[in-house]
Ligand binder design. Structure first.
Ligand SMILES: Nc1nc2c(ncn2[C@@H]2O[C@H](COP(=O)(O)OP(=O)(O)OP(=O)(O)O)[C@@H](O)[C@H]2O)c(=O)[nH]1
Ligand SMILES: [Mg+2]
Ligand SMILES: [Zn+2]
Length: 287
């Protein structure tokens, strides 16, 4: 029978067939080929007694993320809170590069906007002309309809640090879901890593969304320095106009990207992040 892995827990894989969930183990040979089965994988399984089964085959994947570990998603909802915990734009920029490398479309979600006086979300202007961005609050309900609309009929993964409200948002969208949520640590000003496993949840209006454990660090992927600008979509239209072919948009004269930064067409803070990543990648090549 065909199915989708919706949860992996304690050595078992929970597979949703057409209408029911099956608790599956892996056929022994998977251990030899070292193939990891991920949540989101499309599999073929053989039903056994009751609701138990054995996974026989993992079908080819259309995408795969290692952080958070999930297969076949089309959209990453990258969630940060505007406060408590404070957003980290460097981490957000690394996640954006990482999702683009894996051909997953990003949707940036700034949550907890109820905590801001006057509702000014500083990071909003940094991204809104380049990526789809929504503002949400599970306290006021702001933005949740829009988010739901953007989740419809897609397979999405919720990604972001601990404590930003990933599970709370899913609970708000799906009354009765009852995912565990956790307070923010007063002392550390961070989430407490409440969600421990990836879980793919069917949405009432069609589509699936994966709740995942939060993470607070992600290495910059191993890119060639000359390919980095390709992951900053706002630079794309200027790339070709630089005086030098293969311009790094760093210290070269006649750089169209730098001109666009100076005239405010490209956000300065994004450009500075680009330079920081560029230096990191160039540094790696030296060893
Ligand atoms: N003020 C406010 N608090 C929120 C909002 N959304 C979530 N929270 C609170 O933020 C805290 C953390 O929420 P969780 O949903 O557990 O966060 P998470 O992203 O799932 O965290 P991990 O599972 O640890 O990765 C909880 O105390 C929530 O009540 C919001 O829109 N506004
Ligand atoms: Mg959670
Ligand atoms: Zn340039």
């Amino acid at each position: 029978m065909p199915g989708v892995v919706v949860k992996a827990y304690g050595g078992y894989y929970y597979v949703r067939g057409c209408c029911e969930e099956w608790e599956c183990s892996l056929r022994g040979r998977f251990r030899h080929v070292k193939q990891q089965v991920l949540v989101g994988d499309r599999v073929e399984f053989v039903p056994r007694h009751g609701q138990a089964g054995v996974i026989e085959k993992v079908l080819p994947r259309s995408s795969v993320l290692r952080r958070p570990p999930v297969a076949n998603v089309e959209q990453a909802v990258i969630i940060f809170s505007v406060q408590n915990p404070e957003p980290n734009s460097g981490l957000l920029d690394r996640i954006l590069i990482y999702t683009a490398m894996n051909k997953i479309s990003p949707l940036i979600c700034f949550n907890k906007v109820d905590l801001l006086e006057g509702g000014r979300v500083e990071l909003f202007s940094r991204y809104r002309t380049v990526y789809p961005v929504i503002l949400t609050s599970t306290v006021t309900g702001e933005g949740l309809d829009k988010l739901q609309e953007m989740l419809r009929d897609k397979i999405s993964v919720f990604a972001g640090p601990s404590g930003v409200g990933k599970s709370t948002i899913l609970n708000a969208i799906l009354p009765g879901l009852g995912l565990k949520t956790g307070e923010i640590s007063e002392k550390l000003k961070r989430g407490k890593h409440t969600t421990r496993h990836v879980e793919l949840i069917p949405l009432p209006e069609g589509g699936l969304a994966a709740d995942t454990p939060g993470f607070s660090s992600l290495d910059l992927p191993d890119l060639k320095p000359e390919d980095l600008a390709g992951y900053f979509p706002e630079m794309e239209s200027y790339n070709e106009k630089c005086y030098f072919n293969g311009c790094f948009h760093d210290r070269e004269p006649g750089c169209a990207v730098k001109e666009a930064v100076e005239s405010g067409k490209i956000e300065g803070s994004r450009y500075r992040q680009y330079l920081e990543f560029l230096n990191e990648l160039k540094g790696r090549r030296r060893y």
